[in-house]
Each structure stands twice: as structure tokens, then as C-alpha cells.
Design a protein around this ligand. Structure first.
Ligand SMILES: NC(=O)c1ccc[n+]([C@@H]2O[C@H](COP(=O)([O-])OP(=O)(O)OC[C@H]3O[C@@H](n4cnc5c(N)ncnc54)[C@H](OP(=O)(O)O)[C@@H]3O)[C@@H](O)[C@H]2O)c1
Length: 286
């Protein structure tokens, strides 16, 4: 990664597989959203470092291909297809997983969905409902299904792959995504002190832009500096090697502070950008 991009994008990370091996070798790690993007790269990295990886996502064929490929390189991996938006399926599926893997040391809650659309246009598409299911209620149900056993076994770690945009300022067209990611982040940060004294560390990774099918979908960021999925996986690895509550690029705190101190200025800028984009869209319509 070139110097400027590294400065802007990189929270602390672990690039040394041997260092990661010392932290996760022989441990069991459940990763949601492991069929593509950041989750797939994380599954491959942790599998390479000697963890037994349990892969969760919807696309069964892809999930099995990733698991096969990790096993083909000498790792241990299992695929557990699950749709996190079907909340009723989560507890029974996690019960089955825990029957087969009685000890899960680390949960990486990574599955997510982003939608960029004006809130006024998203009612029929049920954007808010879908975002809440995949980004908030589904991951929360999965964590609640796994926590009692994790506490019972003496502890573990939960890592949430959040986003820099879970923090203020709120941006137009991202209401469902930002609202659901921020809501889940707050829920998880509220849970953290309840379980810390019982051996479970909860870490939130506020990820900057990563080049995946998710970021490609909006087209907006084609030329913006972005991490590769492997670099994002190395940030998650860094969070395991040196557990912390909050992992973020250095500028995120300054951005939050600016949003707190200068709300009118930032809202004004965002509002003008939105007006310009809306007019351009209206002009392009036949
Ligand atoms: N890319 C970025 O710039 C960026 C930046 C900050 C944060 N993030 C966060 O990083 C995480 C991973 O995103 P990504 O960029 O790697 O996106 P991605 O390539 O689209 O991967 C998303 C993963 O989530 C899974 N998923 C989606 N809906 C699901 C559902 N209903 N049930 C179970 N799994 C589901 C997908 O698998 P299936 O489709 O097979 O279910 C896929 O494995 C997300 O939480 C996202 O918010 C991404």
C-alpha cells in the first residue's frame, strides 16, 4: 500500500502469520460472512495460522469452496450455511455448531450488508428492515446464542467488524446502513462491560474502506484509497494478538469530535453534496 493510503487507512495490524499462530493455533474461531470479502480473507488467514475455522454465511457452495481450499492447504475448516436475516434459524444452528465444537474461543461477527439509497426511495425495498436484520438483530442473536457457553468455558473474545461510518456524522443515502451498524455497535459496547468480568473481551473494529464486492457495489469509491481484504484481515488478526476494545484509524476520533463540535457545518456540507447529487440524478433522467 502506498505511504499516504497506509497513513489514512491502517489501524494497527498483525502481518506475521507466526505471531498470529501463537495467539490462535489450536483454537476454534467462528467467522460470519466468511464466503466473500473480509470474512473470506480472515478465514483463510486464521486457517493458515492453525485455527480451526467455522465459516458462516448464506452462499453454501462458496462457503464449502472456501472451507475445501483451507483444508487443501493443511488447515481445519467447516462450513455452516446460515441466513442471519432468518432470526428464528440462528439459535438452533448455533446449538448444532456448539454440539460439534463444544469450545469456541473467538467469534468474528463480520457478515453485513450495505445499501446506498435515499431513505425516501427505500420504503418499498424494505432497506431498513433488511439492514437491521443482517447488521443488527441477526448478529446480536448469534452472539447471544454463543455467549453462555463462552462464559461457561472461562472466556473468549468477540470481534465485531464495524465501520468508520458507524460514527458521526450521519451521511445522506446511508441511513439504513449507518443506523443499523451504529445501533449494533452501541448494543455490543453496552454488552461489553457485562461480560468483561466473566472473561469475554469484546472488540469493535471500525474498518475504513476495503476493496470488496460491497464497496464495489456503490461505484462511489472506485478511485478512493482502500485496503485489500487481506489487509483488513490483518487488522482483525492484530485485534486478537493485542486485544483492545476499540480499533480504528487514527483520524476517526477527530472526525467524531468535529461532528460533535461543528454539527451545523458538517450537516450543511453534506446537505449541499446531496442536493447536487439529486439534481444531477434528475438531470440524467429521460
Ligand atoms: N468493504 C468495506 O469498505 C467495508 C468498510 C467498513 C466495514 N465493512 C464491514 O465489513 C463486513 C464485511 O463486508 P465486505 O466488504 O467483506 O462485504 P462482502 O464481500 O459483501 O461480504 C459480506 C459477507 O456477509 C455475508 N452476508 C450477507 N448477508 C448475509 C446474511 N443474511 N446471512 C449471513 N451472511 C450474510 C455474505 O455472504 P453471503 O452473501 O454468502 O450470505 C458475505 O460473506 C461488513 O459487516 C461491512 O459492514 C466493510
Amino acid at each position: 500500500m502506498p505511504g499516504l493510503a497506509r497513513l489514512l487507512l491502517s489501524p494497527p495490524s498483525c502481518r506475521d502469520v507466526e505471531v498470529l499462530r501463537r495467539a490462535v493455533g489450536g483454537k476454534t474461531v467462528l467467522i460470519t460472512g466468511a464466503s466473500f470479502g473480509i470474512g473470506e480473507a480472515t478465514a483463510r488467514l486464521f486457517g493458515q495460522a492453525g485455527a480451526e475455522v467455522l465459516l458462516v454465511a448464506r452462499t453454501e457452495e462458496k462457503l464449502r469452496a472456501v472451507a475445501d481450499s483451507i483444508r487443501g492447504s493443511g488447515g481445519r475448516a467447516h462450513a455452516y450455511p446460515l441466513d442471519l436475516s432468518r432470526t428464528g434459524d440462528i439459535a438452533p444452528r448455533m446449538e448444532e455448531v456448539q454440539r460439534l465444537h463444544p469450545r469456541i474461543d473467538l467469534v468474528i461477527s463480520n457478515a453485513g450488508k450495505s445499501i446506498r439509497r435515499p431513505a425516501l426511495e427505500s420504503l418499498e425495498r424494505r432497506d431498513l428492515e433488511r439492514s437491521l436484520a443482517v447488521n443488527f438483530t441477526g448478529p446480536a442473536a448469534l452472539i447471544l446464542a454463543l455467549l453462555p457457553r463462552m462464559i461457561g468455558q472461562g472466556g473468549g473474545q468477540i470481534i465485531s467488524v464495524s465501520t468508520v461510518s458507524a460514527k458521526p456524522p450521519a451521511a445522506p443515502r446511508w441511513a439504513s446502513y449507518q443506523g443499523s451498524k451504529a445501533g449494533f455497535d452501541l448494543w455490543l459496547r453496552g454488552l461489553a462491560p457485562e461480560v468483561r468480568g466473566r472473561g469475554v473481551r469484546v472488540s469493535s473494529v471500525y474498518m475504513p474502506l476495503v476493496r470488496t464486492r460491497m464497496s464495489a457495489a456503490s461505484g462511489l469509491y472506485r478511485r478512493a484509497p482502500a485496503l485489500t481484504p487481506r489487509e483488513a484481515a490483518e487488522i482483525i488478526a492484530g485485534t486478537v494478538v493485542r486485544p483492545r476494545d476499540r480499533v480504528a484509524p487514527w483520524w476517526l476520533g477527530a472526525q467524531e469530535l468535529a461532528a460533535l463540535l461543528l454539527p451545523g457545518v458538517l450537516d450543511g456540507v453534506l446537505s449541499r453534496l446531496e442536493d447536487r447529487e439529486r439534481r444531477r440524478g434528475e438531470g440524467a433522467r429521460p
